[in-house]
Design a protein around this ligand. Structure first.
Ligand SMILES: NC(=O)c1ccc[n+]([C@@H]2O[C@H](COP(=O)([O-])OP(=O)(O)OC[C@H]3O[C@@H](n4cnc5c(N)ncnc54)[C@H](O)[C@@H]3O)[C@@H](O)[C@H]2O)c1
Length: 366
């Protein structure tokens, strides 16, 4: 993910009339092969294996941290204590306690902190968000938000840190894919007050890459059936996070249905927005979207968007908001939203263990 950020910053000049300049000046990784790649970037002045060196650099204002989840809390806190702002990676700490510690340090130290979640910056996702926010859907009936992967269907896929609880976290796939599914619902004020979780572990071991087998103990797939209260009515919000979803390489989707309208978007059909209208006849209409990104770039309006584009847009939102220039546009996940996602995932673990729905106590400070 560090290289994705380097790619976004390297084409910062495509943003039109953007109020903030940004460039990559320092890089840290433990592995020389990873560090080597960054030597081709002319703006980079410091490449190190010690992140304390990067944090000591006066040229660094903002740090993006993409490391295994067990390292989030320590490194995020070190970044904040060094006086830098932070774009954290999800899940914003390995568990609820870690997320709370980081959110509380950000507040007490007065640092600007947000968490990564890029798909909501795609044109189709933005349109779905705006349609839901503007209230043209009537009474809400049901919401589905999900993120599906499929490479773990292969039992011969080698183990990595994301497939082990000690490095990925007990929340497993929810830590990996969950933030992507809650960003838009939370931003719309759709915080679940109850959750019933169906979590699955499919493969219990995987090749260790050295000729043997290693324990694979994380949750692979998660279905969270939640209730959201809107205008006194309980609305089902289903969150789907899957590492084993046949045929889905990286499918992020949102579907929102109301009595007057509906909207559906999936990255599987990245140009297409489906909207429902209850007129004389009931219509699902297909709109061919162009390059209608929140922060305009030199790319023409008829062209298609992809992963590097939404990643650049997320960075633009982060730096615009940091500079006080978001101007009502959609912002990155806040520390409070990240803590709320952990509250939900912790309740989901309890639901799975006790095979019952769990009520969530969402405090207003979180
Ligand atoms: N936003 C997204 O779409 C997205 C996608 C994938 C991963 N992620 C998140 O990004 C983070 C990293 O995931 P990844 O897939 O990039 O993992 P990765 O294993 O590919 O990369 C992690 C890197 O961190 C380095 N590292 C580990 N410990 C370090 C330390 N102490 N100091 C410096 N470098 C260290 C490793 O050498 C490695 O290069 C995770 O939080 C993950 O959930 C986000």
């Amino acid at each position: 993910m560090g290289r994705e950020v380097a790619s976004a910053l390297a084409r910062w000049f495509v943003l039109e009339n953007f109020p903030v300049k940004a460039e990559l000046v320092a890089v840290c990784d433990l592995v020389e092969k990873q560090r080597e790649w960054f030597r081709q970037i002319s703006t980079v002045q410091l490449i190190t294996s010690e992140y304390s060196e990067l944090l000591a650099s006066p040229d660094v204002d903002v740090v993006y941290v993409a490391v295994p989840h067990n390292l989030h809390e320590r490194i995020y806190l070190d970044v904040l204590n060094a006086g830098k702002d932070l774009l954290a990676e999800k899940p914003f700490g390995i568990d609820l306690n870690a997320a709370r510690a980081v959110a509380s340090a950000a507040k007490s130290l007065g640092r600007f902190v947000r968490c990564s979640s890029e798909f909501p910056f795609l044109p189709g996702a933005q349109r779905a968000y705006q349609i839901a926010r503007d209230g043209s859907l009537g009474k809400l009936l049901e919401i589905h938000s999900g993120f599906h992967h499929s490479s773990d269907l292969d039992p011969n896929k080698t183990i990595n840190w994301k497939r082990q609880n000690k490095t990925c976290g007990e929340i497993g796939v929810m830590g990996d894919l969950g933030m992507h599914t809650v960003h838009i619902p939370f931003r719309l004020g759709w915080q679940p007050h109850r959750v019933y979780a169906q979590l699955q572990k499919i493969y219990h071991e995987r090749p260790d890459g050295k000729g043997g087998m290693a324990v694979c103990d994380t949750w692979d797939n998660a279905l969270l059936h939640t209730d959201v209260l809107r205008e006194g009515i309980e609305v089902p919000l289903r969150l789907e996070m899957k590492r084993l979803a046949p045929g889905e390489t990286n499918s992020w989707f949102i579907e929102i249905f109301g009595t007057e309208g509906g909207v559906k978007f999936t990255t599987k059909e990245p140009k297409t927005l489906w909207t429902f209208e209850r007129a004389k006849e009931q219509l699902w209409q297909r709109t061919d979207l162009g390059f209608q990104v929140p922060f305009p770039t030199i790319t023409g309006g008829i062209f298609e968007t992809g992963f590097p584009d939404c990643f650049l847009q997320m960075w633009a939102a982060f730096l615009a908001e940091r500079a006080g220039k978001l101007e009502g546009k959609f912002g990155c996940v806040t520390p409070e939203e990240a803590v709320q996602s952990h509250l939900l995932f912790a309740a989901a673990l309890q639901s799975q263990a006790e095979k019952r729905a769990i009520d969530l106590q969402l405090s207003s400070s979180e």
